[in-house]
Design a protein around this ligand. Structure first.
Ligand SMILES: [Zn+2]
Length: 455
């Protein structure tokens, strides 16, 4: 509205000026360099307006000519950028579709057109990986790692490669650096913990585990179990009994029924003359989960006592869980040592229905020692072939069995994979006896690789 008003005012002024000039047709005469111009004042005014307009047009033309090359270059750059991004997008789509040849072609095109190494390197690396060119992929990931903007993506690519190659030493270093950059990534927390634990770096693993649990990347129960294993492993390697005790007390608190921690702690207490603490700890472990090692550690506290006293000592432990299979086996053995055949038979009578090698050996001992019945003893021992196995520490990762606990499986190296349980029954027909440690085709545990790096 204001512009229209302004326009009308301007028009009125021009018309007024024109009328005013037309009403006063005075004459103008110019003498200049031998030329003479004679005209009316109105024509002169018109000429001056025309001249001003021509000058304005020339000035605009000049400015446009000065800017043109820059605009041309900018337009060309914009077209290249657009083509580059298009190649990048189609390249990523080709990677997703698994078309290695197309992906590599588009990766080269995109890096030629775009001046954005972080984006094009990732595509180049993925295209190279897809095409099986591991060396080129690694070169790209190394270049990404050197650039602060893409260091994490580079580390992630290199970590996945190290895991595929089974290069645990490199993998743990890469994972730790990546975790410094992104301390919140749940998959990275879990991966780093697994690598540190497998490498036996207990303290570093413990710190990572605490971090992972604090950020909710690990379930509480799993974190508690893993921490128990770490504490016990650390205590086993510790040369300082005070520190070892401190670690084991926490482990026993976390998992009262975990025999390896309870028995180790009891030994340390006993060695330091703190028998009451040893007794309390073993009773607590036995009540939570009767385990032959706990019974053994308990009897060790009366190693020098006569057999009958040892039996009575054991009866004190088995006041609770007295019907448990492990209680019966331990009591039967102690009764045999004390030559109380009837008591031994009594403890074993419920177990022979489902015999295991331990039950069978004790029954053979009863036959041999009570009645000197060699034939009866042999008959029992022959049954070993057909019995189910005794409980053992069984690796959940590779199935290997061992009699003692270790933080890492002795066969496959997996961390905290051993559970105390009855191993699956093995068929023994026309085959060599199964090895205690089965020979695995792939001795390296497979940790699932990190999710494929995507932009
Ligand atoms: Zn294993």
């Amino acid at each position: 509205m204001r512009r229209v008003l302004l326009y009308l005012v301007q028009l009125a002024l021009i018309v007024t000026a024109a009328v005013w000039l037309a009403d006063r047709p005075g004459e103008v005469r110019i003498d200049w360099l031998g030329w003479r111009v004679e005209t009316s004042a109105a024509v002169l005014a018109l000429l001056m307006v025309a001249l001003a307009w021509a000058l304005a047009v020339l000035r605009g033309l000049w400015r446009w000519m000065r800017r043109a090359p820059g605009a041309f270059v900018e337009a060309r750059r914009e077209r290249r950028r657009e083509a580059g991004y298009e190649a990048l997008g189609r390249g990523l789509a080709a990677v997703a579709a698994g078309d290695a040849v197309e992906a590599r072609r588009l990766a080269r095109k995109a890096s030629g057109l775009l001046d954005e190494p972080p984006l094009t390197r990732l595509l180049s690396a993925q295209a190279a990986q897809l095409g099986g060119d591991e060396a080129e992929a690694e070169r790209q990931f190394q270049a990404m790692r050197a650039d602060p903007a893409t260091e994490f993506l580079g580390l992630r690519g290199l970590l996945a490669k190290a895991l595929r190659d089974g290069d645990r030493a490199s993998a743990v270093a890469l994972a730790e650096r990546a975790l410094e950059l992104k301390p919140n990534a749940p998959w990275l927390l879990k991966q780093t913990f697994a690598l540190q634990a497998e490498a036996g770096r207990w303290r570093a693993a413990m710190a990572t585990l605490a971090d992972a649990a604090g950020r909710g990347a690990v379930v509480k129960e799993a974190a508690r179990r893993a921490r128990t294993a770490l504490l016990t492993a650390l205590a086993e390697e510790s040369a300082d009994p005070g520190e070892a005790k401190h670690l084991l007390v926490e482990a026993a608190e976390l998992a009262p029924g975990f025999a390896p921690a309870a028995t180790q702690l009891a030994r340390l207490h006993a060695a330091a003359g703190a028998e009451r603490k040893a007794i309390k700890g073993l009773e607590r472990a036995w009540n939570a989960a009767p385990h032959p090692d706990v019974a053994r550690a308990w009897l060790q506290l009366r190693a020098e006592a006569p057999p009958l006293d040892r039996l009575r000592w054991l009866q004190r432990l088995t006041r609770s869980q007295g019907d448990h299979r492990e209680a019966r086996l331990a009591l039967a053995e102690a009764a045999l040592d004390a030559q109380l055949w009837g008591a031994a038979r009594h403890q074993l009578q419920d177990l022979v229905a489902q015999p295991t090698p331990r039950v069978v050996r004790l029954m053979a001992r009863v036959e041999r020692e009570e009645r000197a019945d060699v034939e009866g003893a042999r008959a029992w021992l022959e049954r070993i072939q057909s019995t189910g196995p005794d409980p053992a520490w069984v690796c959940g990762a590779c199935g290997a069995q061992s009699t003692g606990w270790a933080a890492r499986c002795g066969n496959c190296g997996a961390f905290d994979s051993l559970d105390w349980k009855s191993p699956p029954r093995v068929q023994r027909i026309d085959r060599p006896p199964p090895l205690l440690m089965p020979a695995a085709a792939d001795p390296v545990p497979q940790i699932p690789p990190a999710p494929a790096a995507t932009a």
